[in-house]
Write a new protein. Sequence first.
Length: 602
Amino acid sequence: MCALAVAGLGQAADPQPYSVEFSAGERALEQTLRASSDLESLRRSSEVSPFALVLRARQDVERLRQVLDSGGYYGARIDITLDGYPLDEPELATMLEAVPAGQEVRVKVAVERGPLYHVREVRLDGTLPKSARTELGVEPGAPAVAADALAARDRVLATLQRQGYAFASAGTPIAYVDEREPLVDLEFPVASGEPISIGALRLRGLGRTHETIVRSRIRLQPGALYDPRVLERSRRDLLALGVFSGVSVRLPQADDGSHQAPVTFEFNERKRHALKLTADYSTDLGTDAGVTWTDRNVWGNAEQLELGANAVNLGGKATRALGYDVHANLVRPDPRRSERTQSYTVAAIKQSLQAYDVQSVTLGAQLEQRYSEWWTGTAGLQLRRSHITQQGQEYRYLLASVPLTARYDNTRQGNPLLDPVRGMRAAILLSPAESLDQPRQALLIAQISVAAFFDFTRGGDPGRTVLAARGIVGTVYGASQFRLPPDQRFYGGGSATVRGYRYQSVGPQFPDGTPAGGTTLAAAGVELRQRIGQRFGAALFVDTGQVTASKLPFNGTWSVGAGAGLRYYTPIGPVRVDLAVPVNPPPHADRFQLYIGLGQAF
Protein backbone atom coordinates (compact mmCIF):
# COMPACT_ATOMS: atom_id res chain seq x y z
CA MET A 1 0.00 0.00 0.00
CA CYS A 2 2.79 2.45 0.92
CA ALA A 3 4.66 1.75 -2.30
CA LEU A 4 1.55 2.42 -4.34
CA ALA A 5 0.86 5.66 -2.46
CA VAL A 6 4.36 7.02 -3.02
CA ALA A 7 4.21 6.14 -6.69
CA GLY A 8 0.86 7.83 -7.04
CA LEU A 9 2.17 11.10 -5.63
CA GLY A 10 4.06 11.64 -8.83
CA GLN A 11 0.78 12.91 -10.34
CA ALA A 12 -0.26 15.05 -7.33
CA ALA A 13 -0.18 18.89 -7.20
CA ASP A 14 3.39 20.08 -6.78
CA PRO A 15 3.84 22.36 -4.95
CA GLN A 16 0.93 21.79 -2.58
CA PRO A 17 -0.36 25.02 -0.94
CA TYR A 18 -1.63 24.75 2.63
CA SER A 19 -2.83 26.79 5.62
CA VAL A 20 -1.99 26.22 9.29
CA GLU A 21 -4.23 26.64 12.33
CA PHE A 22 -3.02 26.25 15.93
CA SER A 23 -5.17 25.56 18.98
CA ALA A 24 -3.63 25.14 22.42
CA GLY A 25 -6.12 26.83 24.75
CA GLU A 26 -3.74 29.69 25.54
CA ARG A 27 -2.72 32.49 23.19
CA ALA A 28 0.84 32.82 24.49
CA LEU A 29 1.46 29.08 24.11
CA GLU A 30 -0.02 29.12 20.61
CA GLN A 31 2.34 31.95 19.61
CA THR A 32 5.33 30.04 21.00
CA LEU A 33 4.36 26.87 19.13
CA ARG A 34 3.73 28.81 15.93
CA ALA A 35 7.18 30.44 16.16
CA SER A 36 8.81 27.00 16.55
CA SER A 37 6.87 25.24 13.79
CA ASP A 38 8.40 24.48 10.40
CA LEU A 39 4.89 24.10 9.04
CA GLU A 40 4.37 27.79 9.80
CA SER A 41 7.82 29.31 9.23
CA LEU A 42 8.44 27.50 5.91
CA ARG A 43 4.90 27.74 4.56
CA ARG A 44 5.63 30.59 2.13
CA SER A 45 9.40 30.53 1.83
CA SER A 46 9.85 26.81 1.03
CA GLU A 47 7.11 25.20 -1.04
CA VAL A 48 6.60 21.41 -0.76
CA SER A 49 5.04 18.52 -2.64
CA PRO A 50 2.17 16.62 -0.98
CA PHE A 51 4.50 13.85 0.17
CA ALA A 52 6.99 16.37 1.60
CA LEU A 53 4.11 18.09 3.41
CA VAL A 54 3.38 14.85 5.26
CA LEU A 55 7.04 14.53 6.24
CA ARG A 56 7.15 18.15 7.41
CA ALA A 57 4.08 17.63 9.60
CA ARG A 58 5.55 14.47 11.16
CA GLN A 59 8.80 16.24 11.91
CA ASP A 60 6.84 19.10 13.50
CA VAL A 61 5.39 16.70 16.07
CA GLU A 62 8.83 16.09 17.57
CA ARG A 63 9.80 19.76 17.28
CA LEU A 64 6.68 20.93 19.10
CA ARG A 65 7.05 18.20 21.70
CA GLN A 66 10.50 19.56 22.56
CA VAL A 67 8.98 23.01 23.03
CA LEU A 68 6.33 21.65 25.37
CA ASP A 69 8.85 19.54 27.28
CA SER A 70 11.04 22.61 27.78
CA GLY A 71 8.04 24.35 29.35
CA GLY A 72 7.42 21.49 31.78
CA TYR A 73 4.49 19.88 29.89
CA TYR A 74 5.96 16.40 29.48
CA GLY A 75 2.56 14.74 29.18
CA ALA A 76 1.25 16.96 26.39
CA ARG A 77 -0.62 15.51 23.45
CA ILE A 78 -0.07 16.81 19.91
CA ASP A 79 -2.48 16.00 17.07
CA ILE A 80 -1.79 17.25 13.56
CA THR A 81 -4.38 16.66 10.85
CA LEU A 82 -4.30 17.39 7.13
CA ASP A 83 -7.76 18.13 5.75
CA GLY A 84 -9.14 16.37 8.82
CA TYR A 85 -7.06 13.19 8.45
CA PRO A 86 -4.50 12.23 11.12
CA LEU A 87 -0.87 11.61 10.26
CA ASP A 88 -1.20 7.87 10.95
CA GLU A 89 -3.98 7.48 8.36
CA PRO A 90 -2.76 4.72 5.98
CA GLU A 91 -4.40 6.34 2.94
CA LEU A 92 -3.21 9.91 3.73
CA ALA A 93 -0.83 10.10 0.75
CA THR A 94 -3.49 8.92 -1.67
CA MET A 95 -6.02 11.42 -0.26
CA LEU A 96 -3.63 14.33 -0.73
CA GLU A 97 -3.04 13.18 -4.30
CA ALA A 98 -6.74 13.76 -4.99
CA VAL A 99 -6.74 17.41 -3.81
CA PRO A 100 -7.50 19.63 -6.85
CA ALA A 101 -4.59 21.68 -8.12
CA GLY A 102 -4.37 25.10 -6.43
CA GLN A 103 -6.61 24.14 -3.47
CA GLU A 104 -5.09 24.62 0.00
CA VAL A 105 -4.75 21.72 2.38
CA ARG A 106 -5.99 22.70 5.84
CA VAL A 107 -3.40 21.77 8.46
CA LYS A 108 -4.63 21.86 12.05
CA VAL A 109 -2.29 21.58 15.03
CA ALA A 110 -4.21 20.76 18.22
CA VAL A 111 -2.34 20.62 21.52
CA GLU A 112 -3.52 19.42 24.91
CA ARG A 113 -0.70 20.47 27.19
CA GLY A 114 -1.79 18.42 30.20
CA PRO A 115 -0.46 19.05 33.74
CA LEU A 116 2.63 21.12 34.45
CA TYR A 117 5.36 18.84 35.79
CA HIS A 118 7.33 19.80 38.90
CA VAL A 119 10.77 18.92 40.22
CA ARG A 120 10.83 16.04 42.69
CA GLU A 121 14.55 15.57 43.24
CA VAL A 122 17.75 17.42 42.27
CA ARG A 123 20.92 15.36 41.94
CA LEU A 124 24.50 16.35 41.16
CA ASP A 125 26.60 13.88 39.22
CA GLY A 126 30.21 14.81 39.97
CA THR A 127 32.36 16.74 42.43
CA LEU A 128 31.28 20.20 43.39
CA PRO A 129 32.34 22.55 46.21
CA LYS A 130 29.61 23.34 48.69
CA SER A 131 29.77 27.04 47.85
CA ALA A 132 28.81 26.28 44.25
CA ARG A 133 25.98 23.91 45.17
CA THR A 134 24.02 26.80 46.65
CA GLU A 135 24.00 28.54 43.24
CA LEU A 136 21.76 25.95 41.62
CA GLY A 137 18.60 27.73 42.70
CA VAL A 138 16.37 24.84 41.57
CA GLU A 139 14.46 23.35 44.48
CA PRO A 140 12.06 20.39 44.75
CA GLY A 141 8.55 21.57 44.02
CA ALA A 142 9.59 24.10 41.38
CA PRO A 143 8.09 23.87 37.85
CA ALA A 144 10.29 21.65 35.67
CA VAL A 145 11.07 24.34 33.10
CA ALA A 146 14.08 23.68 30.88
CA ALA A 147 15.19 27.31 30.81
CA ASP A 148 15.38 27.34 34.63
CA ALA A 149 17.49 24.16 34.66
CA LEU A 150 19.86 25.54 32.01
CA ALA A 151 20.16 28.82 33.92
CA ALA A 152 21.00 26.83 37.07
CA ARG A 153 23.74 24.99 35.20
CA ASP A 154 25.18 28.28 33.91
CA ARG A 155 25.13 29.80 37.41
CA VAL A 156 27.02 26.84 38.84
CA LEU A 157 29.60 26.95 36.07
CA ALA A 158 30.10 30.72 36.44
CA THR A 159 30.50 30.34 40.21
CA LEU A 160 33.08 27.59 39.78
CA GLN A 161 35.10 29.71 37.37
CA ARG A 162 34.95 32.75 39.66
CA GLN A 163 36.35 30.55 42.44
CA GLY A 164 39.33 29.54 40.32
CA TYR A 165 38.12 26.33 38.68
CA ALA A 166 39.17 27.40 35.19
CA PHE A 167 38.55 24.02 33.57
CA ALA A 168 35.26 23.20 35.26
CA SER A 169 32.55 21.73 33.04
CA ALA A 170 28.79 21.33 33.34
CA GLY A 171 26.77 19.26 30.92
CA THR A 172 23.17 19.61 29.82
CA PRO A 173 20.80 18.75 32.72
CA ILE A 174 19.08 15.39 32.35
CA ALA A 175 15.36 15.11 33.14
CA TYR A 176 13.96 11.77 34.30
CA VAL A 177 10.19 11.88 33.85
CA ASP A 178 7.91 9.84 36.11
CA GLU A 179 5.36 8.09 33.90
CA ARG A 180 2.78 7.79 36.70
CA GLU A 181 2.89 11.29 38.28
CA PRO A 182 3.65 14.75 36.87
CA LEU A 183 7.09 14.76 38.48
CA VAL A 184 10.64 15.10 37.15
CA ASP A 185 14.00 14.24 38.68
CA LEU A 186 16.81 16.55 37.50
CA GLU A 187 20.42 15.45 37.29
CA PHE A 188 23.25 17.93 36.73
CA PRO A 189 26.51 16.41 35.39
CA VAL A 190 29.39 18.60 36.64
CA ALA A 191 33.16 18.32 37.05
CA SER A 192 34.95 21.08 38.93
CA GLY A 193 38.52 19.84 38.61
CA GLU A 194 41.17 21.61 40.68
CA PRO A 195 41.60 25.34 41.40
CA ILE A 196 43.90 26.94 38.84
CA SER A 197 46.33 29.79 39.40
CA ILE A 198 47.60 32.18 36.73
CA GLY A 199 50.88 31.19 35.08
CA ALA A 200 53.00 33.16 32.63
CA LEU A 201 51.43 36.09 30.74
CA ARG A 202 52.17 35.91 27.03
CA LEU A 203 51.61 38.71 24.49
CA ARG A 204 51.23 38.03 20.80
CA GLY A 205 50.62 40.34 17.86
CA LEU A 206 52.17 43.55 19.21
CA GLY A 207 53.77 45.74 16.57
CA ARG A 208 54.40 49.38 17.36
CA THR A 209 52.80 49.22 20.80
CA HIS A 210 55.23 48.77 23.69
CA GLU A 211 54.80 45.87 26.11
CA THR A 212 55.11 48.24 29.06
CA ILE A 213 51.82 50.05 28.43
CA VAL A 214 50.07 46.76 27.60
CA ARG A 215 51.18 45.01 30.78
CA SER A 216 50.13 48.05 32.83
CA ARG A 217 46.56 47.43 31.63
CA ILE A 218 46.53 43.71 32.50
CA ARG A 219 45.14 43.21 35.99
CA LEU A 220 46.34 39.60 36.29
CA GLN A 221 49.19 38.63 38.56
CA PRO A 222 51.06 35.31 38.07
CA GLY A 223 50.22 33.04 40.99
CA ALA A 224 46.82 34.62 41.62
CA LEU A 225 43.71 32.45 41.49
CA TYR A 226 42.01 32.37 38.08
CA ASP A 227 39.00 34.70 37.77
CA PRO A 228 37.31 35.24 34.37
CA ARG A 229 36.00 38.63 35.49
CA VAL A 230 39.55 39.92 35.89
CA LEU A 231 40.47 38.61 32.44
CA GLU A 232 37.49 40.34 30.87
CA ARG A 233 38.20 43.65 32.64
CA SER A 234 41.79 43.46 31.40
CA ARG A 235 40.60 42.78 27.86
CA ARG A 236 38.23 45.77 27.96
CA ASP A 237 40.96 48.03 29.38
CA LEU A 238 43.27 47.05 26.52
CA LEU A 239 40.58 47.76 23.93
CA ALA A 240 39.95 51.14 25.58
CA LEU A 241 43.52 52.19 24.70
CA GLY A 242 42.22 52.73 21.17
CA VAL A 243 45.15 51.10 19.35
CA PHE A 244 43.68 47.59 19.00
CA SER A 245 40.81 46.47 16.78
CA GLY A 246 40.62 43.18 18.67
CA VAL A 247 41.97 41.59 21.86
CA SER A 248 41.39 37.92 22.66
CA VAL A 249 42.40 35.88 25.70
CA ARG A 250 43.36 32.21 25.44
CA LEU A 251 43.99 29.49 28.03
CA PRO A 252 45.16 25.90 27.54
CA GLN A 253 42.48 23.31 26.80
CA ALA A 254 43.02 21.44 30.07
CA ASP A 255 45.05 21.32 33.26
CA ASP A 256 48.48 19.78 32.61
CA GLY A 257 48.74 18.66 36.23
CA SER A 258 50.61 21.75 37.47
CA HIS A 259 47.35 23.51 38.42
CA GLN A 260 48.72 26.61 36.67
CA ALA A 261 47.51 28.03 33.37
CA PRO A 262 49.53 30.39 31.19
CA VAL A 263 47.37 33.18 29.75
CA THR A 264 47.94 34.37 26.19
CA PHE A 265 46.71 37.77 24.99
CA GLU A 266 46.45 38.08 21.21
CA PHE A 267 46.26 41.52 19.63
CA ASN A 268 45.21 43.01 16.30
CA GLU A 269 46.58 46.54 16.00
CA ARG A 270 44.53 49.14 14.20
CA LYS A 271 46.01 51.25 11.44
CA ARG A 272 48.11 53.92 13.04
CA HIS A 273 46.61 56.88 11.16
CA ALA A 274 42.99 57.73 10.41
CA LEU A 275 41.32 60.52 8.43
CA LYS A 276 37.71 61.43 9.16
CA LEU A 277 35.41 63.80 7.29
CA THR A 278 32.37 65.24 9.07
CA ALA A 279 29.42 67.40 8.06
CA ASP A 280 26.08 68.43 9.49
CA TYR A 281 23.39 70.99 8.74
CA SER A 282 20.67 72.91 10.52
CA THR A 283 18.64 75.86 9.37
CA ASP A 284 19.72 77.95 12.38
CA LEU A 285 23.48 77.23 12.43
CA GLY A 286 23.92 76.41 8.75
CA THR A 287 26.46 73.92 7.44
CA ASP A 288 29.49 72.68 9.36
CA ALA A 289 32.13 70.63 7.57
CA GLY A 290 35.50 69.46 8.77
CA VAL A 291 38.37 67.04 8.64
CA THR A 292 40.15 65.27 11.49
CA TRP A 293 43.50 63.48 11.28
CA THR A 294 44.42 61.07 14.07
CA ASP A 295 47.64 59.34 15.05
CA ARG A 296 46.52 56.50 17.33
CA ASN A 297 49.95 55.56 18.64
CA VAL A 298 52.35 58.50 18.53
CA TRP A 299 55.31 57.12 20.52
CA GLY A 300 54.22 53.51 21.00
CA ASN A 301 52.45 53.96 24.35
CA ALA A 302 48.94 54.43 22.92
CA GLU A 303 49.22 58.22 22.86
CA GLN A 304 46.57 59.65 20.53
CA LEU A 305 47.09 62.92 18.69
CA GLU A 306 44.08 64.47 16.97
CA LEU A 307 44.29 67.48 14.65
CA GLY A 308 41.00 68.91 13.44
CA ALA A 309 39.80 71.81 11.35
CA ASN A 310 36.16 72.74 10.79
CA ALA A 311 34.43 75.41 8.76
CA VAL A 312 31.32 76.37 10.72
CA ASN A 313 28.11 78.37 10.38
CA LEU A 314 27.82 78.63 6.62
CA GLY A 315 24.40 80.02 5.72
CA GLY A 316 22.62 79.71 9.08
CA LYS A 317 19.76 81.96 10.19
CA ALA A 318 21.38 82.47 13.60
CA THR A 319 24.80 83.29 12.10
CA ARG A 320 26.24 86.23 10.20
CA ALA A 321 29.43 84.91 8.65
CA LEU A 322 31.52 81.81 8.09
CA GLY A 323 33.68 80.80 11.05
CA TYR A 324 36.23 78.18 11.99
CA ASP A 325 37.07 75.75 14.76
CA VAL A 326 40.57 74.25 14.81
CA HIS A 327 42.09 72.16 17.55
CA ALA A 328 44.93 69.87 18.52
CA ASN A 329 44.34 67.28 21.25
CA LEU A 330 46.83 64.83 22.75
CA VAL A 331 45.56 62.00 24.97
CA ARG A 332 48.09 60.04 26.97
CA PRO A 333 47.21 56.94 29.03
CA ASP A 334 48.75 56.95 32.48
CA PRO A 335 51.36 54.15 32.48
CA ARG A 336 50.86 53.58 36.23
CA ARG A 337 47.07 53.67 36.53
CA SER A 338 44.92 51.82 33.99
CA GLU A 339 41.87 53.88 34.96
CA ARG A 340 43.52 57.25 34.31
CA THR A 341 44.29 59.32 31.21
CA GLN A 342 45.79 62.75 30.64
CA SER A 343 44.83 65.09 27.81
CA TYR A 344 46.17 68.40 26.52
CA THR A 345 44.27 70.71 24.17
CA VAL A 346 44.93 73.81 22.08
CA ALA A 347 41.89 75.25 20.28
CA ALA A 348 41.01 78.38 18.31
CA ILE A 349 37.47 79.41 17.44
CA LYS A 350 35.93 82.18 15.38
CA GLN A 351 32.16 82.58 15.18
CA SER A 352 29.83 85.33 14.06
CA LEU A 353 26.48 84.64 15.70
CA GLN A 354 23.41 86.80 16.09
CA ALA A 355 24.15 87.00 19.82
CA TYR A 356 27.81 88.03 19.51
CA ASP A 357 31.03 87.74 17.49
CA VAL A 358 33.83 85.83 19.17
CA GLN A 359 37.44 84.96 18.52
CA SER A 360 39.13 82.87 21.18
CA VAL A 361 42.16 80.73 21.91
CA THR A 362 42.00 78.05 24.62
CA LEU A 363 44.75 76.09 26.35
CA GLY A 364 43.70 73.18 28.52
CA ALA A 365 44.91 70.14 30.43
CA GLN A 366 42.67 67.45 31.92
CA LEU A 367 42.97 64.35 34.06
CA GLU A 368 40.25 61.70 33.65
CA GLN A 369 39.76 58.96 36.23
CA ARG A 370 37.42 55.99 35.87
CA TYR A 371 36.14 54.94 39.29
CA SER A 372 33.90 52.05 38.25
CA GLU A 373 32.19 50.57 35.23
CA TRP A 374 29.65 53.39 35.29
CA TRP A 375 31.39 56.37 36.94
CA THR A 376 34.15 58.63 35.61
CA GLY A 377 35.46 61.95 36.85
CA THR A 378 37.56 64.67 35.26
CA ALA A 379 39.51 67.62 36.64
CA GLY A 380 41.16 70.20 34.44
CA LEU A 381 42.86 73.55 34.08
CA GLN A 382 41.86 75.91 31.30
CA LEU A 383 43.03 79.33 30.15
CA ARG A 384 40.90 81.15 27.59
CA ARG A 385 41.66 84.45 25.83
CA SER A 386 38.67 85.82 23.94
CA HIS A 387 37.75 88.90 21.95
CA ILE A 388 33.97 89.42 21.85
CA THR A 389 31.78 92.00 20.16
CA GLN A 390 28.18 92.38 21.31
CA GLN A 391 25.79 95.21 20.50
CA GLY A 392 28.66 97.19 18.96
CA GLN A 393 30.76 96.98 22.14
CA GLU A 394 34.10 95.18 22.20
CA TYR A 395 35.22 93.13 25.20
CA ARG A 396 38.45 91.27 25.92
CA TYR A 397 38.60 88.53 28.50
CA LEU A 398 41.28 86.34 30.00
CA LEU A 399 39.49 83.64 31.96
CA ALA A 400 41.11 80.87 34.02
CA SER A 401 38.91 78.00 35.11
CA VAL A 402 39.07 74.63 36.83
CA PRO A 403 36.33 72.46 35.23
CA LEU A 404 35.32 69.49 37.40
CA THR A 405 32.98 66.83 36.02
CA ALA A 406 31.39 63.64 37.34
CA ARG A 407 29.71 61.37 34.77
CA TYR A 408 27.49 58.32 35.11
CA ASP A 409 26.69 56.10 32.12
CA ASN A 410 25.18 52.62 32.26
CA THR A 411 23.85 52.54 28.68
CA ARG A 412 26.70 50.20 27.66
CA GLN A 413 27.38 52.32 24.60
CA GLY A 414 30.98 53.48 24.74
CA ASN A 415 30.62 55.49 21.53
CA PRO A 416 28.32 58.51 22.05
CA LEU A 417 27.20 58.30 18.40
CA LEU A 418 25.71 54.84 18.88
CA ASP A 419 22.06 54.42 19.76
CA PRO A 420 21.37 53.91 23.49
CA VAL A 421 18.24 51.84 24.13
CA ARG A 422 18.20 51.50 27.92
CA GLY A 423 19.90 52.95 30.96
CA MET A 424 20.89 56.48 31.94
CA ARG A 425 23.54 59.08 31.30
CA ALA A 426 24.11 61.88 33.79
CA ALA A 427 26.75 64.56 34.25
CA ILE A 428 27.48 67.16 36.90
CA LEU A 429 29.74 70.08 35.92
CA LEU A 430 31.24 72.57 38.36
CA SER A 431 33.55 75.13 36.82
CA PRO A 432 35.09 77.69 39.21
CA ALA A 433 36.58 80.51 37.14
CA GLU A 434 38.27 83.86 37.61
CA SER A 435 38.67 86.74 35.23
CA LEU A 436 42.32 87.78 35.19
CA ASP A 437 41.54 91.09 33.51
CA GLN A 438 40.28 94.20 35.24
CA PRO A 439 37.92 94.26 36.96
CA ARG A 440 38.80 90.86 38.42
CA GLN A 441 35.96 88.65 39.54
CA ALA A 442 35.39 85.07 40.58
CA LEU A 443 32.41 83.02 39.48
CA LEU A 444 31.08 79.46 39.45
CA ILE A 445 29.23 77.81 36.58
CA ALA A 446 27.18 74.74 37.61
CA GLN A 447 25.21 72.43 35.33
CA ILE A 448 23.44 69.09 35.70
CA SER A 449 22.24 67.04 32.73
CA VAL A 450 20.40 63.70 32.71
CA ALA A 451 19.23 61.49 29.84
CA ALA A 452 17.29 58.25 30.39
CA PHE A 453 16.33 55.56 27.88
CA PHE A 454 13.47 53.06 28.22
CA ASP A 455 13.05 50.05 25.93
CA PHE A 456 9.36 49.30 25.32
CA THR A 457 9.95 46.59 22.73
CA ARG A 458 7.66 43.60 23.18
CA GLY A 459 9.14 40.50 21.59
CA GLY A 460 11.68 40.44 18.78
CA ASP A 461 14.93 42.38 18.78
CA PRO A 462 15.43 44.75 21.73
CA GLY A 463 15.66 48.47 21.14
CA ARG A 464 13.06 48.77 18.39
CA THR A 465 10.72 50.99 20.45
CA VAL A 466 12.58 53.36 22.78
CA LEU A 467 11.40 56.31 24.85
CA ALA A 468 14.22 58.80 25.54
CA ALA A 469 14.01 61.71 27.96
CA ARG A 470 16.48 64.42 28.96
CA GLY A 471 16.75 67.31 31.36
CA ILE A 472 19.29 70.14 31.83
CA VAL A 473 19.59 72.67 34.64
CA GLY A 474 22.35 75.26 34.87
CA THR A 475 23.14 78.40 36.83
CA VAL A 476 25.94 80.90 37.47
CA TYR A 477 27.03 82.15 40.88
CA GLY A 478 29.14 85.23 41.55
CA ALA A 479 28.42 87.22 38.40
CA SER A 480 25.36 89.05 37.15
CA GLN A 481 24.11 88.79 33.57
CA PHE A 482 26.25 91.55 32.04
CA ARG A 483 29.30 90.97 34.24
CA LEU A 484 29.49 87.51 32.71
CA PRO A 485 31.34 87.12 29.38
CA PRO A 486 28.73 86.74 26.61
CA ASP A 487 30.11 83.37 25.50
CA GLN A 488 29.83 82.03 29.08
CA ARG A 489 26.13 82.92 29.47
CA PHE A 490 23.32 80.41 28.98
CA TYR A 491 21.28 80.42 25.78
CA GLY A 492 18.34 78.27 24.72
CA GLY A 493 17.12 77.05 21.36
CA GLY A 494 18.63 74.65 18.88
CA SER A 495 19.21 70.90 18.84
CA ALA A 496 20.93 70.83 22.26
CA THR A 497 18.00 72.39 24.17
CA VAL A 498 14.74 73.30 22.39
CA ARG A 499 14.36 72.14 18.82
CA GLY A 500 12.09 74.31 16.66
CA TYR A 501 13.62 77.55 17.95
CA ARG A 502 16.59 79.25 16.39
CA TYR A 503 19.93 78.73 18.13
CA GLN A 504 20.29 81.07 21.17
CA SER A 505 16.86 82.63 20.56
CA VAL A 506 15.23 81.38 23.80
CA GLY A 507 15.91 83.71 26.73
CA PRO A 508 16.53 87.39 27.46
CA GLN A 509 16.91 89.69 24.45
CA PHE A 510 18.12 93.20 23.75
CA PRO A 511 15.53 95.76 22.54
CA ASP A 512 16.40 94.96 18.91
CA GLY A 513 15.64 91.28 19.43
CA THR A 514 19.26 90.11 19.58
CA PRO A 515 19.84 87.32 22.11
CA ALA A 516 21.39 88.64 25.34
CA GLY A 517 21.90 85.36 27.23
CA GLY A 518 21.15 84.66 30.88
CA THR A 519 22.48 83.22 34.11
CA THR A 520 20.10 80.26 34.50
CA LEU A 521 18.93 77.53 32.14
CA ALA A 522 16.30 74.80 32.42
CA ALA A 523 15.38 72.48 29.55
CA ALA A 524 13.72 69.11 29.05
CA GLY A 525 12.71 66.88 26.19
CA VAL A 526 11.10 63.54 25.43
CA GLU A 527 11.47 61.54 22.23
CA LEU A 528 9.84 58.33 21.01
CA ARG A 529 12.11 56.35 18.67
CA GLN A 530 10.78 53.53 16.51
CA ARG A 531 12.86 51.27 14.29
CA ILE A 532 11.35 50.40 10.88
CA GLY A 533 12.91 47.34 9.29
CA GLN A 534 16.66 46.92 9.67
CA ARG A 535 17.99 50.29 8.53
CA PHE A 536 15.30 52.91 9.01
CA GLY A 537 13.54 54.55 11.93
CA ALA A 538 11.28 57.42 12.91
CA ALA A 539 11.00 59.74 15.92
CA LEU A 540 8.45 62.04 17.53
CA PHE A 541 9.64 64.58 20.09
CA VAL A 542 8.68 67.51 22.30
CA ASP A 543 11.24 69.91 23.83
CA THR A 544 10.81 72.75 26.28
CA GLY A 545 13.14 75.20 27.95
CA GLN A 546 13.72 78.62 29.48
CA VAL A 547 16.65 80.97 30.08
CA THR A 548 16.49 83.84 32.57
CA ALA A 549 18.74 86.43 34.19
CA SER A 550 17.61 85.47 37.68
CA LYS A 551 19.65 83.64 40.32
CA LEU A 552 17.42 80.57 40.37
CA PRO A 553 16.09 78.50 37.44
CA PHE A 554 12.41 77.77 36.70
CA ASN A 555 11.41 81.45 36.98
CA GLY A 556 10.78 82.29 33.34
CA THR A 557 8.46 81.54 30.44
CA TRP A 558 8.74 78.09 28.93
CA SER A 559 9.25 77.80 25.18
CA VAL A 560 7.92 74.58 23.65
CA GLY A 561 8.92 72.94 20.38
CA ALA A 562 7.70 69.73 18.75
CA GLY A 563 8.56 67.74 15.70
CA ALA A 564 9.29 64.48 13.95
CA GLY A 565 12.31 62.91 12.36
CA LEU A 566 13.69 60.10 10.25
CA ARG A 567 16.66 57.88 11.04
CA TYR A 568 18.95 55.79 8.83
CA TYR A 569 21.04 53.40 10.91
CA THR A 570 24.67 52.84 9.96
CA PRO A 571 27.46 50.91 11.72
CA ILE A 572 28.87 54.19 13.10
CA GLY A 573 25.55 55.60 14.29
CA PRO A 574 22.18 56.80 13.00
CA VAL A 575 21.93 59.56 10.41
CA ARG A 576 19.35 61.95 11.86
CA VAL A 577 16.94 64.27 10.03
CA ASP A 578 14.60 66.24 12.34
CA LEU A 579 11.97 68.82 11.46
CA ALA A 580 10.72 70.88 14.43
CA VAL A 581 8.28 73.75 14.86
CA PRO A 582 7.82 76.21 17.77
CA VAL A 583 4.55 75.60 19.65
CA ASN A 584 4.33 79.00 21.38
CA PRO A 585 6.64 81.20 19.29
CA PRO A 586 7.30 84.88 19.95
CA PRO A 587 6.62 87.41 17.17
CA HIS A 588 8.84 87.06 14.07
CA ALA A 589 10.04 83.58 15.04
CA ASP A 590 10.99 81.09 12.34
CA ARG A 591 8.20 78.75 11.23
CA PHE A 592 10.39 75.65 11.50
CA GLN A 593 13.92 74.36 11.96
CA LEU A 594 15.60 71.47 10.13
CA TYR A 595 18.47 69.47 11.66
CA ILE A 596 20.66 66.93 9.84
CA GLY A 597 23.52 65.16 11.60
CA LEU A 598 25.09 61.90 12.76
CA GLY A 599 23.93 60.42 16.06
CA GLN A 600 20.79 60.99 18.08
CA ALA A 601 19.97 64.44 19.46
CA PHE A 602 20.81 63.04 22.93
